[in-house]
Write a protein that binds this ligand. Structure first.
Ligand code: PLP
Length: 437
């Protein structure tokens, strides 16, 4: 069994079960990038051959990313990250339509949550749709929320914390139908458009029909699909008007200023090819790993809950509530054993507030603070799962034995009792003190 188990082991020799936070760069991706960090360092905007050569490779990368979405190269804009792509889609729709309302959900990534909060402070209107206890969304709610001053509906494809999938192609159809109605009544009325944050999806679900769907904007991020950090994509459906968010030179056909992150773009092109090739593996082997992991834990431990609709999730994601234990305590102990997992999204870690996603699903703060996300990838081995399954059950039993909460206190976990919060805070302090001893 592969098992880096001591403090002296290399820090990179970890059991990495946090692939929704980021992924390793695939060896094939790294190999494709190297020449563009060494030999071919020309600026793709330069008029001479040394620049043109690089530009040609960017075009090829653009075609590879487009193929992932069944799209054409002209529909792909390279950005610096998923966050920029998200921000750009929303900002652009507000600019091009002149409208002042956005529809989104209560469970979006902070890239959208914080941008829309900022928009509210600037006087724009935002409707955040609720989700059901299993994390799913009502299509009727989406339709009812759209108004004639709605510029854009932005709904993620897959939730980064629970893996729950939203039927975005159906939602895009609803948005398009509304747009047609508004434009028919008033030809000057240009919106609304539909954007999906699909950052968590490549290589995990089939995206090859995106360009045939009614999706107008779609965001991707390199580091979630085994390409490097610091490169992203905004897909913009042909004939959809878009204005730059980063304003500068004429790069990306005038739609995104700034000299291209050449090596990372080349890497992302290669990663997109691999994601297409490995899609069926992710849907079978990785899904089987995830299911085996969940079944084994459910069999071994009581008071465990899997968050999110079981059959409507990404194949690689498992978000588990370990009642009566603080997720932070679990994560510290996991890291002692060189296992990486997370609570909430990597972008909100450090906050003591329970995850906004789990709270929106109706989990009590106490249960939400007991949840850990495990996320697997092409590089997760059977032995990693075996090791995690060896480590986790006794660890949870030990932490529960230390916890003043237990089955007699299920009210804290089943009902929204405010007093539970104070008790939880004390428990957290006691657990942390015990760990630091
Ligand atoms: N959207 C989702 C759903 C994500 O999971 C993330 C990253 O965690 C982002 C957006 C932001 O992507 P980036 O880190 O490339 O800015």
């Amino acid at each position: 069994m592969h098992a880096p188990r001591s403090e002296s082991d290399s820090r990179t020799d970890v059991i990495y079960l946090d692939n929704n936070a980021t992924t390793c760069v695939a060896p094939e991706v790294f190999e494709a990038m190297v020449p563009f960090l060494t030999e071919y360092y020309g600026n793709p905007s330069s008029a001479y051959g040394f620049g043109k050569l690089v530009e040609g490779h960017i075009t090829q990368a653009r075609e590879k990313v487009a193929a992932l979405l069944g799209a054409t190269a002209k529909e792909i804009i390279f950005t610096s990250c998923g966050t920029e792509s998200d921000n750009m889609a929303i900002w652009s729709a507000l600019q091009t339509t002149g409208k002042r309302h956005v529809v989104t959900t209560q469970v979006e990534h902070s890239a959208i949550m914080n941008q829309t909060e900022q928009l509210e402070r600037m006087g724009f209107g935002v409707t955040r749709l609720p989700v059901a206890a299993d994390g799913t969304l009502s299509l009727a709610d989406v339709e009812n929320a759209i108004r004639d001053d709605t510029a854009i509906v932005s709904i993620m494809w897959a939730n980064n914390e629970t893996g729950v999938l939203f039927p975005v192609e159906e939602i895009a159809g609803i948005v398009r139908k509304k747009r047609a109605e508004y434009t028919k009544a008033n030809p000057d009325n240009k919106g609304p458009f539909f954007h999906t944050d699909a950052v968590q999806t490549p290589g995990k679900i089939d995206l090859s029909h995106v360009a045939k769907s009614d999706i107008d904007f779609l965001s991707l991020s390199g580091h979630k699909l085994h390409a490097p950090k610091g490169v992203g994509v905004l897909y913009v459906k042909r004939r959809t008007k878009v204005v730059p968010y980063v304003i500068g030179g004429g790069q990306e056909r005038g739609k995104r200023g700034g000299t291209e992150n050449v090596a990372s773009i080349i890497g992302l092109g290669r990663a997109a090819e691999l994601a297409l090739e490995r899609l069926s593996e992710e849907q079978t082997r990785v899904r089987a790993l995830r299911d085996r992991f969940e079944e084994a834990l459910l069999k071994r431990l009581p008071y465990l809950y899997i968050n999110g609709k079981r059959d409507q999730r990404l194949p690689n994601t498992s978000n588990i509530a370990f009642d009566f234990v603080e997720a932070e305590a679990i994560l510290f102990r996991l890291w002692d054993k060189r296992i990486c997992a997370s609570s909430g999204s990597a972008c909100t870690t450090g906050s003591l507030d329970p995850s906004h996603v789990l709270v929106a699903m109706g989990l009590t703060p106490a249960r939400a603070r007991s949840c850990v996300r495990f996320s697997f990838s092409h590089f997760t081995r059977d032995a990693d799962i075996e090791y995690a399954l060896e480590v986790i059950p006794p660890m949870i039993e030990e932490l529960r034995a230390m916890s003043p909460l237990g089955p007699d206190h299920t009210d804290n976990f089943n009902y929204d009792v405010e007093a539970a919060r104070e008790k939880e805070e004390k428990l957290m302090a006691a657990t942390m003190a015990a760990i630091n001893d």
